[in-house]
Write a protein that binds this ligand. Sequence first.
Ligand code: G3H
Ligand code: 13P
Ligand code: NA
Ligand code: ZN
Length: 328
Amino acid sequence: ALVSLRQVLDHAAEFGYGIPAFNVNNLEQVQAIMEAAQATDSPVILQASAGARKYAGEAYLRHLVLAAIETHPDIPVVLHQDHGATPAQCQQSIRSGFSSVMMDGSLMADAKTPASYEYNVGVTQKVCEMAHAVGVSVEGELGCLGSLETGEAGEEDGVGAEGKLSHDQMLTDPVQAKDFVAQTGVDALAIAIGTSHGAYKFTRPPTGDILAMDRIAAIHAAIPNTHLVMHGSSSVPQEWLQIIRQYGGDIKETYGVPVEEIVRGIQSGVRKVNIDTDIRLAMTGAMRQVFAQQPSEFDPRKALAAAKNAAAGIVKARFEAFGCAGRG
Ligand code: G3H
Ligand code: 13P
Ligand code: NA
Ligand code: ZN
């Protein structure tokens, strides 16, 4: 059944676990996540970015999720809009049937320029008013994702600030978080603790100076009834990087957010964990492997089936590690 984000995160908070939120763009990703959820009895958050809407189209995304719900009637599914750039975009997703929307007011409508605190409060307030009136949940964001190592915002073509950010911009302030929640009424809040989108998060396995996990407990203490969200939470598995390289890919040395750090975050109050890149890496590795090992193969289903299995492997591992398994 389609449920709101608030419903599944309230349950996660009550029982002390976290729920991975996976980005979806196509059939095989939706199938992989649903099959892994069925196998582990886990609740599901499927999220679509602006890039996903551009790639697949809103109607295809909606019907893929409706098909998932029809095929797995016992699994609770949240359809969440990832990184809404404007209230108008959130309104459109609400009208199209999403049960949850993110208004990312940490950035201006171009999804690149860091916004003022007042702007963020204003747009997020507006979306909460619209969404809550029809039972749709809202995720806000306070602080900008970015690398504490380099001061760079990270991704160039996706969602994220462009260019340099200050250390303060990249760390959510607990006192400001309390005021933000009081003024907006968001159900969930994305926080900035040094993670960034994409495969290139850290040049070395992260330590406390570049991945500020300790901040989570302080934010949670300030806003105990608001569910905390970690973006940029791919772990960037070294074994998939190896496979991609082995079969002709070119991915430089890079490190993600270790699963055990995310588990620590969940113990400190994180309830939603956004993952896109890990599924991309696994699917790409699996497809490269199929085509390299079977050069005469021309049925794309062979590569796509392998990609789906690889994605399901990542998803299942995260459901289990985050304590989500058995909670569907
Ligand atoms: O927010 C970032 C997600 O990884 C979505 O990426 O804009 O390429 O779909 P995308
Ligand atoms: P990753 O790029 O680490 O998978 O993060 C995805 C994300 O935060 C989507 O909003
Ligand atoms: Na989101
Ligand atoms: Zn994100």
